[in-house]
Design a protein around this ligand. Structure first.
Ligand code: ZN
Length: 98
C-alpha cells in the first residue's frame, strides 16, 4: 500500500471536542430520572409513532425527543417526547447527524 504525503489519515484521531459534546447528553440519557420517566412514558405510549403513521403497529423501545436536546429541544417537556422503536430511532438519529 502506498501512502501519499498530505493525504487524509483516517486512523489519526482528531477533533476530540466532537465526542466530548456528545457525552454531555449521554449523561442525561443515562440519568435515573430520565430512565424512570422514559419507562413510565413507554408504558403509557407503547407503540412506535413513526410506524403507526405508516399503518404499522410496532412496540416502541425508546422515548425520543422530537426536537433533539442538542438542537434546543426541551428535555423534560412531554410534548417534545415520542415513543419510537429501535429501527425508527436509529434512522432518526442518523438523519440528525447530517
Ligand atoms: Zn418504528
Amino acid at each position: 500500500m502506498k501512502i501519499e504525503k498530505g493525504k487524509r489519515r483516517p486512523w489519526a484521531p482528531k477533533r476530540k471536542a466532537q465526542t466530548g459534546r456528545k457525552e454531555d447528553h449521554s449523561s442525561f440519557y443515562n440519568s435515573t430520572a430520565w430512565r424512570k420517566l422514559s419507562k413510565a412514558r413507554l408504558a403509557k405510549h407503547p407503540l412506535c409513532v413513526h410506524c403507526q403513521a405508516r399503518g404499522i403497529l410496532k412496540e416502541a423501545a425508546v422515548t425520543d425527543h422530537v426536537i433533539p436536546i442538542r438542537q434546543g429541544g426541551e428535555a423534560w417537556k412531554t410534548s417534545n417526547m415520542q415513543s419510537l422503536c429501535h429501527q425508527c430511532h436509529n434512522r432518526k438519529s442518523a438523519k440528525e447527524k447530517l
